[in-house]
Write a protein that binds this ligand. Structure first.
Ligand code: FAD
Length: 567
């Protein structure tokens, strides 16, 4: 990690922890939005070991911050998923006599102060947390580390999100990789060279003594309730019920979904059932999803991918546990991780975290490849991403009237999407309705690239919209995915490789089930017409004609990417 990034600054600040010993009455673990689990949770495990050694209670705190969620464009679905998981965690911790205190803090700038006061109130000697790699969060943790040190409290921030943490897999020049394939090879080599370290399974916390319930400072903490919702992020009850069914909360559910991926066959139609845990008669162990993943992962009409991203993004399951599960025998350390296609996808997740940590500008609305900063987008340009001051600015060089560009954005995103490209409309309606469910990587790429290359709309507008809808919204992966599609990112799709939505549609949805389900206007259409309805068919069925022509849009995108700054 470069020496001037917020992450390296945080790591520098925490180098001094443990040098002062202070009489203690407790140890605190600060659970964050990305580590909602008890099993194999590094910071929780370390905090528990510390508390046991010092013979004091372990206390868990969770801060709900609507202001942070707004700045990060968090989806109400993601917040609801957080709360559902948190309620289960609270119940599990309660059985171990470990209190979970939930604090709602409206002003995010006050969080460091809030945390220090909490630690002082509990006379805690240490606070443990897993690192969040977003810039604001790193800066906040630096502030907390410094303030804690002044009070002789150790603030310990540990890596936990990735299989191989940022700063370990580096080029010969000791820099972060900016091309995926050599990164992935080096990642696998590093991992296999020290499996016991990288795939360590961190023990669950020790129980507190039962007497903690009657101790003045701690007993009341057990009464703290996990709220049902967060103001400004309430989920419509029907959506909530749907999300509960599709994405059940909890570590047991996450593990069942992992096991289903590893050991059962995919359904011929993924739309047969909404509930991912409801196994159909077709499931068998003959050819598991993971064994056909490489061949079938791009199918939008089949249930072929793991569907673990909401659980990985929220940390309901660790990435380590996912990789460990692909190995036949984790006790035998001569066994290696095979690095099959699925594990490679998990490595993409690590890669994007490394990019976020090593090149923090990507999370501040900047393209990774600065040469594309001046691309002329149609319609508004989004500035101040991930800050409290997001705003859309008019683009003076745009050619289309603002109203047309804005209507294109609306047709792509909100309501009953009507771009006239069935695969794009199906994907976007699926996103709006399901928050993921059937929108795996290929489908996301098709929708994202259409917005950026066909409509020439600023990728940051799409990135924000995805975050507001996705239940697995994750800054590193979402930004990485968007910048890949926009050709502005690290190791991105070259700008001249523009997806043809019709041929992509034929490949991703050969049965047409995906389109027919989400675009019922076209339910009666059979054959290739479904992917590219002729005007007479579209008109008859009330389906819109394509809002832009593929060839013309392609030419415009090629021209603008070749000459950034020119319209
Ligand atoms: P599988 O195919 O089973 O893969 C296993 C796991 O590997 C995933 O759960 C995920 O954690 C990781 N993974 C797979 N592909 C990628 C990838 N390309 N980049 C990073 N990690 C990957 N993923 C998110 O978790 N959150 C996001 O907000 C997000 N936004 C995206 C936006 C765009 C425009 C694109 C193109 C991709 C985005 N992705 C995002 C990556 C990817 O689409 C999802 O992780 C994946 O579709 C989830 O489905 P799955 O769990 O069945 O994945």
């Amino acid at each position: 990690v470069d020496s001037d990034t917020p992450l390296s600054k945080l790591l520098k600040v925490v180098e001094d922890v443990g040098k002062k010993s202070k009489a203690t009455e407790s140890v605190v673990y600060w659970m964050r939005m990305g580590d909602l689990r008890i099993k194999d949770n590094r910071a929780l495990s370390l905090a528990s070991a510390h508390a046991k050694k010092a013979d004091v209670p372990l206390v868990v705190v969770f801060i709900l911050s609507p202001q942070c969620y707004k700045a990060h464009d968090r989806a109400p679905r993601r917040i609801d998923f957080t709360l559902r998981n948190l309620a289960l965690i609270k119940a599990s911790l309660q059985k171990l006599h470990i209190p979970l205190r939930t604090i709602t803090e409206p002003n995010r700038r006050v969080i460091p102060h809030q945390i220090i006061s909490f630690l002082e109130h509990l006379n805690a000697s240490a606070i443990y947390a897993n690192i969040e790699y977003e810039v604001d969060e790193l800066r906040r943790d630096i502030e907390i580390s410094k303030a804690a040190r002044e009070k002789d409290i150790d603030a310990i921030f540990t890596h936990d999100k990735c299989v191989v943490e940022p700063g370990v897999v580096l080029t010969k020049e000791k820099r972060a990789y900016s091309v995926y394939s050599p990164y992935q090879k080096a990642w696998l080599k590093t991992l296999n060279a020290n499996i016991p370290h990288f795939l360590e399974n961190y023990p669950e916390p020790h129980p507190n003594s039962e007497s903690v319930h009657t101790m003045a400072k701690f007993g009341a903490l057990f009464d703290s309730l996990v709220p049902e919702s967060v103001v400004g992020f309430e989920l419509d009850p029907a959506d909530r019920a749907k999300m509960e069914q599709v994405w059940p909360a909890g570590e047991t559910a996450a593990n069942e979904i992992l096991q289903r991926f590893l050991h059962t066959k995919s359904r011929s139609s993924q739309l047969a059932a909404v509930d991912p845990l409801a196994e159909g008669a077709e499931d068998s162990v003959k050819r598991s999803r993971i064994s056909v993943y490489d061949a079938e992962r791009d199918r939008a009409d089949k249930d072929t991918t793991s569907r673990l991203s909401p659980y990985l993004a929220a940390g309901v399951i660790s990435a380590r546990a996912c990789v460990r599960a692909t190995m036949p025998d984790t006790k035998n350390t001569t066994k290696k991780v095979d690095g099959g296609r699925w594990v490679q996808e998990v490595a993409w997740r690590d890669f994007y975290v490394c990019i976020l940590a090593g090149f923090p500008r990507v999370s501040m609305g900047r393209p990774f490849q600065e040469k594309y900063a001046d691309i002329v987008w149609e319609g508004p340009v989004l500035e101040g991403a991930y800050t409290d001051n997001q705003q859309e600015r008019l683009n003076p060089k745009a050619k289309l009237p603002l109203a047309t560009a804005e209507s294109h954005i609306e047709k792509w995103k909100t309501g009953w999407c009507r771009t006239g490209y069935p695969i794009v409309d199906a994907g976007m309606r699926c996103l709006n309705e399901m928050g993921w469910a059937y929108l795996h990587n290929r489908a996301r790429m098709i929708c994202a690239m259409f917005l950026v290359k066909h409509l020439m709309i600023d990728w940051r507008i799409g990135e924000k919209y995805f975050m507001e809808k996705l239940i697995d919204g994750d800054l590193a992966s979402n930004n990485g995915g968007w910048q890949w599609c926009a050709s502005t990112g690290v190791d991105a799709c070259p700008y001249f490789r523009i997806f043809n939505p019709y041929s992509q549609s034929l490949k991703a949805d050969p049965t047409g089930d995906f389109i027919r389900h989400f675009v019922p206007e076209l339910a009666a259409v059979r054959g290739p017409d479904l992917h590219n309805p002729p005007p007479s068919v579209a008109d008859k069925l009330g389906y819109p004609r394509a809002i832009v022509k593929h060839e013309d849009s392609r030419d415009r995108a090629l021209r603008r990417f070749k000459n950034p700054g020119e319209a």
